[in-house]
Design a protein around this ligand. Structure first.
Ligand code: NAD
Ligand code: FE2
Length: 413
């Protein structure tokens, strides 16, 4: 049976406008005009000095907007970046926030729009459904392909009082407008292209293989992430196809414009998929691993992805057959189990080809940190409960130990 028949509920949450295509960043002033007068752009120092950025600002000013720039977003989004940006928005009497940059800049823009509308501190809103109403109008323009944050209901922050990164998840955080222009990713170096693209692939595969939850009439209200459903499946499969066929090419040759376009389209679709379905074990384990190794989010989830697929294999075989099909490695007439294995092999080889470390140890985790990783990965309950194979202390230990050592023999024994 096709997995679609098993998940006959569908929920879609998305920006009011989604625009995709080379050069589409120039569509921005047409959207901002009816949204207000005073714009605060949230970005980082890298982008602020680029010619593309100057052109975007000039385009807004030419429409008569007053534009203030907050370029203080730091990688991994420490809470001090959000506090500083919120003061800029307040001083500028902002009517709207435009976030331009990687996931860190877009998440910063989401927090700033949240605080501008409701006050308080980010920690007042950690968790699901804690945002009491609409945030300040928000436009997101990604420069990585990527997190999908331009269309998701999530923002992630490094809180100085906490060891692990924390998140706010609320449909109110979805930007009103997402403009995805692959030209803005042409400057991404190979390492960034690899880890951000692998993050997007992980979003798509985890969204497609998450558990389905019972399709009660309250499903869209009880959880921000409702699990696998027929709408997210459409986005996820197409994302897997696009990213699967173009990630290696974009890493090898950053001037390959068709690969760049595929990647950005794929990351957008992956965001639309996981923003409703959610992600699972790979993301749960990345939280502690990222905190301990100080490695990029995308690198951590990508190390985990083939192990999580192997760990889950017998609990989502049909989905993995469809993943194999989307990746172009399914053999017609072959046993489902064999095509599921082909999907995992393809993902493992792709990650190796783009330079993702093969194990958590190679990523920098030490043997004495495995136990803490297991405990804290289990703490990410919204991700853990989405995993197709039930995760408890024992099975999480199995997964993390396999990903640490590279020995997968015990995962399905
Ligand atoms: N909100 C969500 O839905 C969501 C989903 C996944 C990850 N995240 C978060 O997003 C962040 C990661 O985002 P990211 O992977 O986009 O990286 P990033 O935003 O952290 O940026 C990493 C580095 O790349 C640089 N960069 C960005 N665009 C560039 C370009 N076009 N050319 C050259 N350099 C460029 C940045 O200046 C920065 O130095 C993490 O904080 C992660 O937790 C959020
Ligand atoms: Fe991610």
């Amino acid at each position: 049976m096709k997995s679609e028949q098993l998940s006959s509920v569908g929920v879609m949450r998305a920006p009011r406008h989604v625009v995709f295509g080379a050069g589409q960043r120039r569509s921005l002033p047409g959207f901002t005009l009816p949204m207000g007068q005073n714009i605060v752009i949230v970005t980082d120092t890298r982008l602020e000095s680029e010619r593309d950025f100057g052109e975007i600002v000039d385009g807004l000013k030419a429409q008569g907007h007053s534009v203030s720039v907050f370029a203080g977003v730091e990688p991994e989004l420490p809470d001090r970046s959000v506090a500083a940006g919120a003061s800029v928005a307040s001083r500028a009497s902002a009517d709207m926030i435009v976030g331009i940059g990687g996931g860190s800049c877009i998440d910063a823009a989401k927090f700033i729009a949240l605080l501008a509308a409701h006050g308080g501190r980010p920690s007042d809103y950690y968790g699901e459904f804690k945002v009491p109403g609409p945030v300040m109008p928000l436009v997101a323009i990604p420069t990585t392909a990527g997190t999908g944050s331009e269309v998701t209901p999530v923002a992630v922050i490094s809180d100085a009082d906490r060891t692990l990164k924390v998140g706010v998840a609320s449909p109110y955080l979805i930007p009103q407008v997402a403009i995805c222009d692959p030209e803005l990713t042409y400057s991404c170096p190979p390492g960034l292209t690899a880890v951000s693209g692998a993050d997007a692939l992980t979003h798509a595969i985890e969204a497609f293989t998450t558990r389905t939850h019972s399709p009660s009439p309250s499903i869209a209200h009880e959880n921000v992430f409702i699990g696998k459903n027929i709408l997210s499946d459409q986005f996820a499969l197409q994302a897997i196809t696009r990213i699967g066929r173009s990630l290696e090419a974009a890493v090898a040759d950053g001037t390959d414009t068709s690969a760049r376009s595929d990647l950005m389209y794929g990351s957008l679709l992956a965001g639309l998929a996981f923003g409703v379905a959610g992600t699972s074990a790979a993301h749960a384990v990345q939280y502690p691993v990222g905190a301990l190794t100080h490695t990029a989010h995308g690198a951590g989830v990508a190390v985990m992805l083939p192990y999580v697929m192997e760990f889950n294999r017998r609990h989502c075989t049909q989905e993995l057959v469809e993943v194999a099909d989307a990746l172009g490695v399914a053999t017609s007439g072959a046993e489902p189990a064999s095509n599921a294995l082909a999907a995992i092999d393809r993902v493992r080889n792709l990650c190796a080809a783009i330079g993702i470390p093969p194990t958590l140890e190679a990523l920098g985790l030490t043997p004495d940190q495995v136990g803490w990783t297991v405990e804290n990965a289990l703490g990410a309950q919204r991700l853990v409960k989405n995993n197709p194979r039930p995760l408890d202390q024992e099975s999480m230990q199995l997964l993390v130990e396999a990903a640490f050592s590279g020995y997968i023999g015990s995962l399905n024994s």
